[in-house]
Write a protein that binds this ligand. Sequence first.
Ligand SMILES: [Zn+2]
Length: 162
Amino acid sequence: MGLKSSLKDKKAVQLHWLQRAASMAKQSPHPAVKVGAVLVDAAGNEISRAANRFAHGVDDKPSERYVDGSRSLWINCAEQMVIARAVRKQSCLKGARLYVTLSPCAVCAGLIAECGIAEVIVPKNSCRANGRLKAKWKKSITIGLAKMQEAGVKLTLVDLEE
Ligand SMILES: [Zn+2]
């Protein structure tokens, strides 16, 4: 297999998992920022998938929990949920890849590094694609990127248009 075709295969794999993450994002109850994530083990098999959502057992009905300023406290990030699912299944995250539709926040980035996840794959321009992200989220994502870089978590940006 030539270098060009293997690069093409790699891109096809990335697009496959990012599409799965994007379809998870649609299940998010968050009114503004819907994020999906898929964890894939070192052998290339899916471990878990999740959207940003309320934790199991937490009441998702009160409307005040969806109000700007509260919802980010009530609704957990997709990365946390996908890692929690992997823990429940007792899966090994060492060397795993995390496909996520939005670049991780500062809290998730620390969790990702600590879990031994080797690579995070996000669509190029994921922040722009998620509309009007508030300044505090932009700051959180910027710190998240720095954390992953310092901790040696590889970040791969995939151009969905190409
Ligand atoms: Zn997060």
